[in-house]
Write a new protein. Structure first.
Length: 281
C-alpha cells in the first residue's frame, strides 16, 4: 500500500517578510516544501544607510516562481515593514486570496556596521524602524487574523546579536535584543489564545546581507580588497563549532519546526542556530 506523506505544515498559510531573497526566500521555500501556501512581501528598494544592494522586484518574483515550482500557491506584495498600512494591505490581500493565516515569519531586516559613537542618526533610526518596529508592526497586523481561530505560530528572526553584543553593531544589537523582549511579551499575551511566539538566533548566515564588501573590510581591515575567502578564518573564530557561517536552510529548518505541530507547546523560546557563538567563552 502506498502511503502519501503529509507535509509538516500542510494546508497552512505563512506570511513572510523580507522574502525576496536570502533567509526570507529560504523560509518560504522550506515551508512550501512541507505544504504551506505563502504570502511573500519585500521592500524591493534601497535603504539609505545600507551599503549593500537590497532585494528587487525581480528577486521577489523569483521567490514566487520557486514556490509555485513546489506546487504551492503564493501571493506577493511590495511592502515596507516601516509602513503599517503597507503591511496590513499586503496581509489582507494574501488572506483574501489564500483564505487563512497560520504562520508568521517576521524576517525582514537590515545590517550596517560602525562603532557606537560613529553610528549616524539616520542609520540608527532606520535600523530600529526596520529591525524592531517593523517586527512589531508585522506581528500586530497578523494577530487580528490569528485571534479568532485560536491558533497560530509567530516566528521572529532575531540574531545571535539578540543575545550577545558583538562590536560595531550597537544599533543592530539594540534592535535584536528588543525583538526578544517583544517576543516574550507577545508570547505571554497570546498564549491563552493558543498562539505561540518564539525567536530564532542565527550566527552569520550565508546571504547577501552578510556577504558583501563592507563586512569583508570590517573583518579584514589589513587588506585593500578583501574577499569572501579572506573572512573564512576570522568568521570561523567567532563560533564554537569550526564553521564560518550557517546556510539559510539551517535557519529555515528551525522556522519549520517552530511553525509545525512538533512545537505545539513551545512558546517564549529563544532558539539559537548559531554554531555555538552565544555560548563561546
Amino acid at each position: 500500500m502506498n502511503v502519501v506523506r503529509k507535509g509538516r505544515v500542510e494546508g497552512r498559510v505563512a506570511f513572510i517578510t523580507g522574502a525576496g531573497r536570502g533567509q526570507g526566500r529560504s523560509h518560504a521555500l522550506r515551508l512550501a516544501e512541507e505544504g504551506a501556501d505563502i504570502i511573500a512581501v519585500d521592500i524591493c528598494a534601497p535603504v539609505a544607510s545600507v551599503r549593500y544592494p537590497m532585494s528587487t522586484k525581480e528577486d521577489l518574483a523569483e521567490t514566487a516562481r520557486l514556490v509555485r515550482e513546489r506546487d504551492r500557491r503564493v501571493v506577493t506584495a511590495v511592502a515596507d515593514v516601516r509602513d503599517a498600512a503597507d503591511i496590513e494591505a499586503a496581509l489582507r490581500q494574501g488572506v483574501d486570496e489564500l483564505g487563512r493565516l497560520d504562520i508568521v515569519v517576521a524576517n525582514a531586516g537590515i545590517a550596517s556596521y560602525a562603532p557606537a559613537h560613529e553610528i549616524t542618526e539616520q542609520a540608527w533610526k532606520e535600523m530600529i524602524d526596520i529591525n524592531l518596529t517593523g517586527v512589531w508592526q508585522t506581528c500586530k497586523a497578523a494577530v487580528r487574523y490569528l485571534l479568532p481561530q485560536r491558533s497560530g505560530s509567530i516566528v521572529i528572526i532575531s540574531s545571535g546579536a539578540g543575545l550577545i553584543a558583538p562590536p560595531n553593531l550597537a544599533h543592530y544589537v539594540s534592535a535584536k535584543h528588543g525583538t526578544v523582549g517583544l517576543m516574550r511579551a507577545l508570547s505571554n499575551e497570546l498564549a491563552p489564545h493558543m498562539i505561540r511566539v518564539n525567536s530564532i538566533h542565527p550566527t552569520q548566515v550565508d546571504t547577501p546581507m552578510i556577504m558583501h564588501e563592507e563586512i569583508y573590510r570590517m573583518f579584514r581591515p589589513d587588506l585593500e580588497n578583501p574577499t569572501r575567502e579572506d573572512i573564512v578564518e576570522p568568521s570561523t573564530a567567532m563560533n564554537s563549532m569550526p564553521v564560518p557561517w550557517v546556510d539559510p536552510v539551517d535557519v529555515s529548518n528551525a522556522v519549520l519546526f517552530l511553525a509545525s505541530d512538533e512545537a505545539r507547546y513551545i512558546t517564549g523560546a529563544t532558539l539559537p542556530v548559531d554554531a555555538g557563538i552565544v555560548t563561546k567563552v
